[in-house]
Design a protein. Structure first.
Length: 373
């Protein structure tokens, strides 16, 4: 859907009701992926049939319709996919006046901001096509899919997908105590990959860049020493930068999803870098070093005027206590801490916890209460 956000936003601003056709399931060698919306859903071979459905939905303000299209062996000229695949399309009527949150989400997309839009594509007929939107860091959401429990469950999943910049179909509900109605929800996302900026071209950075790339981060390795900061040494990094760490951080773009990992272990790099990083709105800041190094580092940062509330943001020594020794094990330790911090996890073994394994973030619970009120 968000692939045509400009067009949809224009229609919403004009308060113009429209029909929206979204590819909700693909099998075989169908030409376009799940989430593709109006304009071209199949590369040309079923557009006429979809257009007729759209006209009917707009004229009747009817309930959403799911239609399946595939290749017909009996009639090569029948409506179908000559490529041999199959697609399923959800066609729904959209009145912008009924969904002001949709207009706000589309505006955010057109401005390049992070956005997630959850759309019910399978479930009870009266819920088909309903949407819920998350903007920015996803800490709050708007719209409703049917019940506060369903909204919270979908918002938590959508938040994770937004951080990863992935569009995906999720299943929620089916629990008699919380969400009795089983729903299939397509979460459309618009977001660049979150950034992981690794300072220090050391062996640990090589393993961490690989782990970060695996988790969906756009990974940058930065070091002031050109002999160490080379693409050949860091093949999993998206970019390798030769510059003084604090100078690079001053000029690069960061946001609330950015993870800053300081592995330089050298005060002449660490102190100016951390002093700057602790004042930026990044999601995670960690620094490598022993506990003794950490205490010296805190003392030096205090002497430069960094206040205590900013120092409290620093994860040092970096990583969770996994007993890690090798660069690869240390990378898992660091990324585990980033995941726990990002999702408000305890970092404890699941065997020591109680209740649901997947918990929405505290800020999501408060926003859900506001939304449902």
């Amino acid at each position: 859907m968000l692939n045509i956000a400009d067009t949809l936003y224009d229609w919403c601003r004009a308060a113009r009701p429209f029909a929206l056709a979204t590819v909700v399931q693909v099998s075989g060698s169908a030409p376009l992926p799940v989430g593709t919306a109006v304009g071209s859903v199949s590369g040309g071979c079923v557009e006429g049939a979809v257009y007729e459905l759209c006209q009917q939905i707009v004229a009747d303000r009817g309930t959403p319709v799911r239609a399946r299209f595939g290749y017909s062996d009996d009639d090569a000229f029948a409506v179908g996919l000559t490529c041999g695949g199959e697609i399923e399309v959800l066609v729904q009527h959209v009145d912008p006046a009924d969904q002001p949150h949709l207009t706000a989400a589309l505006e955010t997309v057109t401005q390049g901001g992070p956005t997630a839009l959850a759309q019910i594509i399978d479930g009870p007929e009266h819920l088909l096509g309903r949407t819920l939107t998350l903007l920015g860091d996803g800490s709050a959401y708007d719209g409703t899919l049917g019940s506060p429990d369903q909204d919270r469950a979908v918002a938590a999943e959508a938040r994770a997908l937004l951080r990863a910049g992935r569009t995906a179909r999720i299943e929620v509900g089916g629990d008699a105590d919380t969400c009795p109605e089983r729903l299939s929800v397509l979460v459309h996302t618009h977001a660049p990959r979150p950034r992981m900026v690794i300072f220090g071209a050391v062996d640990f950075a090589g393993a961490l860049s690989q782990a970060g790339r695996f988790l969906g981060y756009h990974v940058t390795v930065c070091d002031a020493r050109p002999v160490f900061a080379t693409p050949a040494r860091f093949p999993h990094a998206d970019e390798v930068v030769v510059d003084w760490p604090h100078r690079y951080l001053e000029r690069t773009d960061v946001d609330s999803r950015t993870a800053v990992c300081v592995l330089t272990h050298d005060a002449k790099f660490d102190i100016p870098l951390l002093r700057l990083a602790l004042g930026l709105p990044v999601g995670y800041i960690g620094a490598m070093g022993s506990r003794r190094t950490h205490e010296h580092r805190l003392h030096a940062l205090r002497e430069t005027g960094v206040p205590e509330d900013r120092l409290a943001r620093l994860h040092s020594p970096i990583g969770l206590d996994l007993g890690a020794y090798t660069p690869e094990e240390t990378a898992i330790s660091i990324t585990a801490e980033i995941i726990a911090h990002t999702h408000h996890g305890s970092g404890l073994p699941l065997t020591r916890g109680t209740g649901p394994i997947h918990q929405p973030a505290p800020d999501a619970l408060s926003s859900a209460t506001r939304t449902a009120a």
